[in-house]
Design a protein around this ligand. Structure first.
Ligand SMILES: [Zn+2]
Ligand SMILES: [Zn+2]
Length: 263
């Protein structure tokens, strides 16, 4: 098989994996939503179909660089991903997971905040915020430009920072689960994860809900570190009233009124 064909097949396989993973995980949490909060997504069928469409397009944008790199990892040693668990000290396993999550969070915070400037918002990020309120299907509902900013970070990190293949699996699982649950419209995690001392530093659905309510705040992905440091943290949102407020505001403000004030 030619190298070009092998790389193409790897990219196609990774696109299929990302797409199917999205359908399974978002589908499972959407089913959990129906069981736990029947009627929460009532009247949102059209929006959910749109979310699935954008998300599947994003799957290709995420899958192609990941597939090319997976081929390079297997055949050319392009990455710092290692398979021998003893290649680095065992304490490095959890440290590498935290390093990846923090680096990803940092990248997300600043690119997300940039995308709330009027130009990039109109061009790209408005697609994500057209979900009012978002559902479990909105996890990857991004304009291709935004999907590209999300798709490059993990491939860049695996070239630079060593990580065991299992630890990378943990990072990707956290990324997938938080992407879905942050948009689900209700809180699945126990209270200590979003209230109190620990919750003050972690991001779950309650925190991201407020971002979708108010736009110009709560830009982070996993941790509240950058939001708190930069004064963009506005606490957690309120699910019970979010729906009615979103209904009233629907169509009124596609642009982020006062987003990222001062910039
Ligand atoms: Zn969102
Ligand atoms: Zn946003």
């Amino acid at each position: 098989m030619s190298i070009a064909l092998a790389i193409l097949l790897s990219a196609a396989a990774m696109t299929a994996i990302v797409g199917v993973r999205y359908l399974i995980v978002s589908g499972a949490f959407a089913a959990a939503t129906r069981a736990r909060h029947p009627g929460l997504y009532a009247g949102l069928d059209r929006q959910m179909r749109r979310e699935v469409g954008w998300s599947l397009a994003s799957a290709a944008i995420y899958g192609i660089p990941a597939g090319v790199l997976a081929w390079g990892w297997q055949n050319r040693g392009w990455t710092e991903v290692y398979a021998d668990v003893h290649a680095y000290p065992l304490w490095y396993l959890p440290v590498s997971v935290l390093l990846y999550l923090f680096a990803h969070d940092t990248w997300f915070y600043w690119t997300h905040r940039w995308m709330h400037r009027p130009g990039p918002f109109k061009l790209a990020h408005a697609v994500h915020h057209a979900s009012r309120p978002p559902t479990a299907w909105a996890a990857m509902a991004f304009h291709p430009i935004e999907a590209l900013t999300g798709a490059v970070i993990i491939p860049l990190l695996v070239i630079v920072i060593p990580i065991h293949v299992g630890a990378l699996g943990v990072v990707l699982t956290v990324m997938t689960v938080m992407g879905v649950t942050n948009h689900m419209g209700w809180e699945i995690f126990p209270a200590p994860m979003w209230k109190g001392r620990l919750g003050g530093w972690l991001i779950t659905a309650s925190h991201h809900q407020r971002h979708h309510e108010r736009y110009g705040c709560n830009y982070g992905l996993y941790f509240r570190f950058w939001d708190r440091l930069c004064g963009t943290d506005r606490g957690i949102g309120e699910f019970r009233h979010a729906r009615a407020r979103d209904r009233r505001g629907a169509g009124a403000a596609r642009l982020p009124a006062g987003s990222d004030a001062g910039r």
